[in-house]
Design a protein around this ligand. Sequence first.
Ligand code: GLC
Length: 647
Amino acid sequence: MNNKYGVNALFDAVQNKNLDIAGVDKKFYTKLALNAGEIRDLYTQLYAGHPGYEENFIKLIEVLISTHLERSQDLKNRDNAKDENWYLSNDLAGMSLYVDLFHDNLAKMPEKLDYLLDLGVNFLHLMPVFESPANESDGGYAVSNFRKVDKRFGSIADLKKVREKMHEKDMSIMLDIVLNHTSRQHEWAEKARSGNKEYQDYFYFFDDRTVPDQYEQNMPEIFPESSPGNFTWIEECQKWVMTVFHQYQWDLNYTNPKVLVEMLDNVLFYANLGVDVLRIDAPAFLWKQIGTNCQNLPQAHIILQLIKQCVQVAAPGMALLGEAIVAPAAIMKYFGEGRYQGRECDFAYNATQMALQWDALATGQVSVMLSAQPVLAEKPFGTTWITYTRCHDDIGLGYDDYMIESAGYNSYEHRKYLKEYFSGSFPGSPATGALFSVNPKTQDARISGTLASLCGLEKAIKENNQGNITLSIQKIILMQANSFFLGGLPMLFYGDEAGYTNDYSYLNDPGKSYDNRWMHRPVIDWDKNEKTKSAGTIENRVYEATKKLLTIRKKLTVVADYKNTKWLTRQNIHVAGFVRNGNGKNLYCIFNYSQDSAYLTWYAFKQNGFIPTKLYDHWREEYFQVGHDENYLVLDPYAFYLFETVE
Ligand code: GLC
C-alpha cells in the first residue's frame, strides 16, 4: 500500500475479519497486499474527498477477505486449474437461454445438458434468474433481490446444483450482474421511496426538473417508445428519479461509494456461486455527468477496472464480460487502455461484426464489414469477443457512418434500407422481423426477429417454397460459420440451433407485449426439438449443420483467439474472408454473401507470406488444388469454405 490510510485500512480489515495472515491465508494475503495499492488508487480516483471514503474502503477490503474465506475449496481448485487465458480456447462454445422458456425451471435444467453437449455447447449463459417482478422484469434485468433466485426458476440451491452438474460435465457457466440499476421494487428503492435519505442517495433523486432537464439535453433515450425520457416522477416522495431504461429500472448512483461496495459484494457473491464468466450488464451507463451523453464515461471504465482487480484477488477464475453495445471505437476501451490494457473486461460482445454480417446479408456486399475491421483488430492480446448472430436483444446498426460512406453508400439511406429489409417492408425482402424502439424524433430504430426469420425461413415455410427453405437454411449456416470462426467465444441463442422462427405468443402477455424483443425469445417445444433427430426435417438440417461447424471448430486449435485473424483484401465485393494462423497452420475462412454465384481469384490465397498449393475444406471434407491467378474458385450462393492449407 502506498499511503498511511491504505496501510491502516488493510490492517483494520484483516483484524475485523480474523484473517490468518501468517498461516492458511498467507498466500491470499500476499496477493491482497500486492494489489491493494492499485485498488486504492482506482478507488481514490472515484471517491477522493467523499466523506465516506475511508470507511467504505475498509469495507471494500473486507468484502475481498470474506469472499476468499467463503470461497469453497472446489472453486479454489478450479481457479488454480484454469490456465490464465482459458477463455480464449477453441474448445468453448456457448448458448444463451431463458431457463423458464427453455425447460421450465432450474431443477429440470440438468435434464437438457446432454442435448446441449451433443450439439457441441459446453458453456451456458443462463439469462437472469434472480428475483424480478413478473410484469416489470425486462427479461430479468430489473432485479428486486440480487441474492434470491426468482421462484419462477427455483431456488439458490437449484442454481448451485445446475452449476455443480455443469462443472461435473466440464461445462462453464455465465450469469449476469445487473450493475447499472435495480427494480423499483428492490429493498433500497422501497426505502428510498418511503423517504429514507440514506437510500435515496443510492439513486439519483431530484426535487424538481431543474437538474433532470440539464441531463436530458444530452442523454439519448434507450426505449423511446415504451419508456420515453430518462427520469420518472415518484408520487410517494414527490421527487424525480433517474430511469435510463424502463421507468421501473432505477439507476444506481455510483458517485456514492456505498453503492460500489454493495454491488462489488454482489459481484463476488456470484463468483462464489461458481460463475465462470460474469456478464456485466450495461456497463456503458455506470457513470452520469451533466453535459455528456452519460455513456462510456472514464469513470465507468475505472469502476470496471476496479472490479476486475478485485475479482483477480478474490476469485481469479472468474472472467468478466462487459456488455457494452456501443460504437466500434468505444467498445475497444472496455478491454482497458494504458496500464490497464487487457486488464478491464476479458470479453466484450462483437456487436459491430454481428450487425455487419446482417448488413452484408441484406446488401449482398461485404464492403462495410471490411471497412470496420481495422478498428476491431485493435483488441488487446489476452482479451476476446463473444461472437454471435443473434441474442435476446435487438440488432442495432450502431457502426459508424464513415464505414458505410467509405463503401460508397449514403449512411441514412443505407440504414433505412436495412431497416426496411429486415422488417420485411422492402419489396421482395425474404425477412420477417420488426422495428424495435423507433425514435419518432430521430427515426432511429433497431431490429427484432430470430435468426431464422430474418434469414427468410418464416416466409419460405409460410409459402411452402422448398427452394427458399433451402436457401434460408444456407444463410443461417453462413451467418453462424462467419461468427464461429472469426475469433472469440461463439454464443448461440437458444432455438437458433433448431431453426425457430418468431414466436408471437408474447403479444398475449401484458408484461411482455410492449416489447417486441420477445418475438425472438421463443418458448421451446421439445417435440419440435426432437425433430432435430429426424433426417431431412428443417430442424435436423439446421441442427446438424450447426453441430458440424462446432465440431470442426473444436478440432482446430488455430481458431482459438490469439489475435491471429487477418482479413483478406477484397477481391470480390460479395465475398469476405480471413485467415487464421498459428503453429504452422493456416485456415482460410471464405464467405459468399451474394444470392448469386461468386468468383474468387486464387490470388486471394497467395498474399499472406506463403503460397499454398493444396487446401482441405473442412466443411465439404474435400481437397482443392489452388489454381493459377487467372482462374477462380466459384462459390455457390451463400456458400462458405473452411480451407486448411495442406501443402
Ligand atoms: C442490457 C440487456 C437488455 C436490457 C438492458 C437493461 O442491454 O441485454 O436486455 O434491456 O440491459 O438492463
